[in-house]
Design a protein around this ligand. Sequence first.
Ligand SMILES: Cc1cc2nc3c(=O)[nH]c(=O)nc-3n(C[C@H](O)[C@H](O)[C@H](O)COP(=O)(O)OP(=O)(O)OC[C@H]3O[C@@H](n4cnc5c(N)ncnc54)[C@H](O)[C@@H]3O)c2cc1C
Length: 393
Amino acid sequence: MVIVGAGVVGAACAYYAARAGLRVAVVEAGTIAGGTTGSGEGNLLVSDKEPGPELDLALASLKVWGELAEDLAPADVEYEPKGGVVVAETPEGLAALTKLADVQRASGVVAEPADGAGLAELEPNLAPGLAGGVHYPQDAQVQPMLAAACLLRRARERGAQVHTGVRVVGIDRGAGEGADGRITGVVTSAGRLAAGAVVNAAGTWSGEVAALAGVMLPIQPRRGFILVTEPLPPLVRHKVYDADYVANVASSSPGLETSTVVEGTRGGTILIGASRERVGFDRTLSVPVLARLAAQAVRLFPFLEGVSTIRAYRGFRPYLPDHLPVIGPDPRVAGLFHACGHEGAGVGLAPITGSLVASVLTGTEPAVDLRAFRADRFDASPTYAEQQGEVST
Ligand SMILES: Cc1cc2nc3c(=O)[nH]c(=O)nc-3n(C[C@H](O)[C@H](O)[C@H](O)COP(=O)(O)OP(=O)(O)OC[C@H]3O[C@@H](n4cnc5c(N)ncnc54)[C@H](O)[C@@H]3O)c2cc1C
């Protein structure tokens, strides 16, 4: 089998497929983690998800992450089960947050209310005067690039081959009399590779790979900026974000949305986000957006006012109109499988995605119902057609 893409999702697919005894070749156009995996953050979150298929997937993945980190060596991937804290500035914001926590709890999320004093205990450097918040002890963190590299290292130890700097430019399908159009291999910039199965883990570029097989996946880039501070002693203990973040994550607006997200890293730097906008693959660094992110972060953690930033970067989340990934076999093309479209949650959802893909490849019953993640769910979608300007009004 061939896996297209060596981001964290492709790496997880390679890890689980190799572990299941399959012959695996990963084909990556650039470098390991050189796509979105190398330009995001590494939160493994349940706190930002509303009840539904994505939260169920995230809960399953968190469990798998805990086991996986042991195999990869927790220190090697900077795995930290540190928890998340969501804060509200106003009583109205807190009421909405409390309502969300109640329904999440019913889905299996641990969500502990915190009043002003409780917040100060969890995060002593938070601004005073916040209305309250919710502590999510299940949230965790990894370093995504290290995670992808370690997953591929383990896959290689089990026989997987990883070809970097090689682009998939075509997908071969059986043709002619009696052929069923089943996938027979890929055409790459370095020649042909025969394969009975192709896993599309090309992240934000997965629509292009799907098109090579003759099918449509409406994946679009959703840009996000991150600011990185100078290394500091540990002053932020959890992933801390404001209640607006959940609404921004779930929003389908193409316009700019920002919320306050602050978290420390093992290396001592503090990562400040988060912005979301659909502006194609525009790589321009937006100073107004960065200034807004910085100002919001200072409001939440006043000590940041006196701290220097050392860099800023951007990445392109693989966005699908219903905010759910595509996982599993493509009913339109025999031999084509997808593991893509995880938007802002691909690091968190990578292990469960990889293990589900390995299950379907080996004919084992998947641990999660895959119906919500079907690849053909957008075929007749007016939302998608409208977005592409294909519907006349
Ligand atoms: C600012 C920001 C913050 C984020 N924070 C988080 C977070 O805290 N937690 C979280 O879970 N997620 C987060 N994300 C989202 C997460 O980074 C992505 O969901 C995840 O990295 C997607 O991984 P992937 O392997 O699917 O894609 P990628 O990492 O993009 O990998 C796809 C790979 O496919 C390769 N490729 C494409 N086309 C071809 C081809 N034709 N042939 C060969 N190779 C090809 C690309 O070169 C690329 O390396 C964030 C994203 C951003 C932008």
